[in-house]
Ligand binder design. Structure first.
Ligand code: ADP
Ligand code: MG
Length: 594
């Protein structure tokens, strides 16, 4: 029996499924072969089967083997979702797969019984809640059963990363646990496909060369379009035209700020359309009515900030318009992805203006206030309670920060227990036994976060001004190998439909990237850059155009960038190429300078 036959037999006999889904096959094959795997698939894609099937198959193998003492029989599954854990154990038991859950809800006796069961090889899968790792006794008990393990699976693996949306400090112990248990097979699974989180998972788990399998993020029924736009008035006008064209179906509009959401909503209302604004500045009742009207199909458009979306599942949204450039491709893809949930075609339009980035730079600075400002704010509350109004508070601070920065600084201080917030008043609380000292808030962590946020914003802008296939850029960003080739085309975005002319519609052109200078290209530099490209391509085993295109080469030769910042101004040089090839390119240019 080949491995594929074994997989197929287990799939149909135990799980009752006829075939694997495409993303599952590769993960399962690698897991069984013993390659550490990081798998990223959207929610609902079927990640559980990627460890459940190998777990069952490996134990079936052992029961057929001549010497049953040789290999492990139990898969350990780390999962933070205790409620779901019980469902999984029940579902597996119903299929005749013996399994158990080790959570803090189980009594010490129950826990010992499960550990003893693992030693007796009574379970195929045992789920573990990460907080169990806090107990040293539990960890030493775990070390004793290490020979019984066939596999360690880490579900919701983004919880290990502080860049993720659900960081759990207990997950940080997994690196040590993997070292101690050295499980024969390892798989980490998540639905979060951001590049930072992906690589962070590998680093934190101590995996030097895992197989990344990232599949299933393409939404084939979505068409992507970018329209360069002028200022707010221009955008409002464009929204009216789009809404009037949209016929019967409601348009979902995202705006970067509450103020802009109101502004766009007013323009649409002024044009005789049925519209509601939805953002955190509106009362809960207003938001509920707006949402209900939208769900019921009583609106032509809803104009929202990113406050809108949680739990919204209107399947027949045909048009999602981002009136402003969002702060990251993650946010964009998630919001645009609210279109076409029914599988029918939908269009995602981005109205791009280079100036939109300013708002996000402000957001980023606000979210990462300098520690000196945190200290000043905390001190201001010491003589007695102060008003929580950000504008008034800002006036009391030496550096006059933006109210948004004050709001976020207040939240950070509250979260860390330096301030308490009641009846619109802030009171200083003393979190340590040493009144007057300001305990440690890591300034480096704020700086790291800000730098990461600025990188994400730049990638978003790369998308907005991308001359080629937008789907390729998106899926490549999210790590889908099948879309890694920059020459790939989807045929369902403006970049493919009118290549190189995606921006021809622009009325007020706001190009983000301008040639630095228009001096003529030096032929010696051109051949130098060509040689460099050949070398880099062969070193990286990639085609030459992956290093940089002919057009970029020409621009480099004309612009002669001297710094990394100048290099980023060149068309075709984004963050990725900058970090991969930036130094080499700058050196080549510098050496060729007469
Ligand atoms: P995820 O963890 O990726 O969100 P789940 O593992 O919970 O997804 O699976 C989602 C659903 O898909 C489950 O009901 C599961 O039984 C089903 N499923 C998984 N793999 C297959 C398959 N190969 N064929 C049919 N159904 C499947
Ligand atoms: Mg899952």
């Amino acid at each position: 029996m080949t491995v594929d036959d074994e997989i197929q037999a287990t799939l149909s006999e135990v799980f009752g499924f006829t075939s694997l889904r495409p993303g599952q096959a590769e993960v399962i094959a690698d897991v069984i072969a013993g390659t550490p795997v990081i798998s990223v698939m959207p929610t609902g894609a079927g990640k559980s089967l990627c460890y459940q099937l190998p777990a069952v198959m490996l134990s079936r193998r052992r029961s057929h083997a001549a010497d049953p003492s040789q290999s492990g029989t139990t898969a350990l599954v780390v999962s933070p979702l205790i409620a779901l854990m019980k469902d999984q154990v029940d579902a597996l038991s119903a299929r005749g797969v013996a399994s158990a859950a080790l959570t803090s809800a189980a009594s010490p006796d129950e826990q010992s019984a499960i550990l003893a069961g693992i030693r007796r090889r009574a379970f195929r899968l045992v789920y573990i809640a990460p907080e169990r790792f806090r107990s040293p006794r539990f960890l030493s008990a775990l070390a004793e059963i290490k020979d019984c393990l066939s596999l360690l699976a880490i579900d919701e693996a983004h919880c290990i990363s502080e860049w993720g949306h659900d960081f759990r400090p207990d997950y940080r112990r997994l690196g040590d646990i993997i070292r101690d248990l050295s499980p024969p097979r390892l798989v980490a699974l998540t639905a979060t496909a951001t590049p930072e989180v992906r690589t962070d998972i590998a680093t934190q788990l101590g995996l030097s060369n895992p197989a990344f399998h990232i599949r299933g993020f393409d939404r084939e029924n979505l068409r992507y379009v970018v329209e360069p736009c002028g200022g707010i008035d221009d955008k409002a006008e464009r929204l009216v035209a789009l809404a009037k064209n949209a016929e019967k179906s409601a348009m979902l509009v995202y705006a970067a700020t509450r103020k802009r959401a109101e502004r766009y909503a007013a323009a649409l209302t002024g044009a005789g359309l049925r519209v509601r604004a939805y953002h955190a500045g509106r009362s809960i009742a207003e938001r509920r009515t707006a949402q209900e009207a939208f769900m019921a199909g009583d609106l032509d458009a809803i104009v929202a900030t990113n406050a809108f979306g949680m739990g919204i599942d209107k399947p027949d949204i045909r048009l999602v318009v981002h009136a402003d450039v969002p702060g990251s491709l993650e946010a964009y893809y998630q919001e645009a992805g609210r279109g076409g949930r029914d599988g029918q075609p939908a269009t995602c339009v981005l109205l791009a203006n280079a100036g939109d980035a300013r708002i996000h730079r402000l957001f980023i600075d606000a979210a990462n206030p300098p520690p000196a400002m945190l200290r000043a704010l905390w001190k201001a509350a010491h003589p007695g309670p102060i008003t929580a109004d950000p504008a008034a508070l800002g006036r009391r601070l030496p550096d006059r920060p933006h109210p948004m920065q004050v709001t976020s600084a207040t939240r950070i201080l509250e979260r860390h227990g330096f301030l308490s917030h009641e009846n619109n008043q802030l009171t200083a609380s003393r979190p340590t036994d040493h009144p007057g000292t300001f305990p440690h808030l890591d300034p480096k962590a704020f700086a790291r976060r800000a730098a990461a946020d600025h990188r994400k914003l730049r990638r978003m802008l790369d998308y907005a001004y991308h001359p080629r296939c937008r789907r390729q850029l998106l899926l490549d960003y999210f790590g889908d190998r099948e879309w890694r080739d920059p020459a790939r085309r989807c045929g369902r975005c403006d970049g493919c439909e009118s290549p190189g002319r995606a921006h021809a519609r622009s009325r007020t052109k706001p190009p983000i990237k301008r040639p630095l200078s228009s001096s003529a290209a030096d032929p010696a530099l051109i051949s130098r850059l060509q040689a460099l490209r050949t070398r880099l391509a062969s070193e990286g085993a990639v085609p030459a155009y992956v290093v940089f295109s002919n057009r970029t080469l020409q621009q480099l030769a004309c612009a002669r960038p001297q710094t990394r910042a100048e290099l980023l101004q060149v068309n075709g040089i984004g963050e990725m190429r900058l970090s991969a090839y930036g130094d080499a390119i700058l050196a080549a240019v510098a050496n060729a300078t007469p």
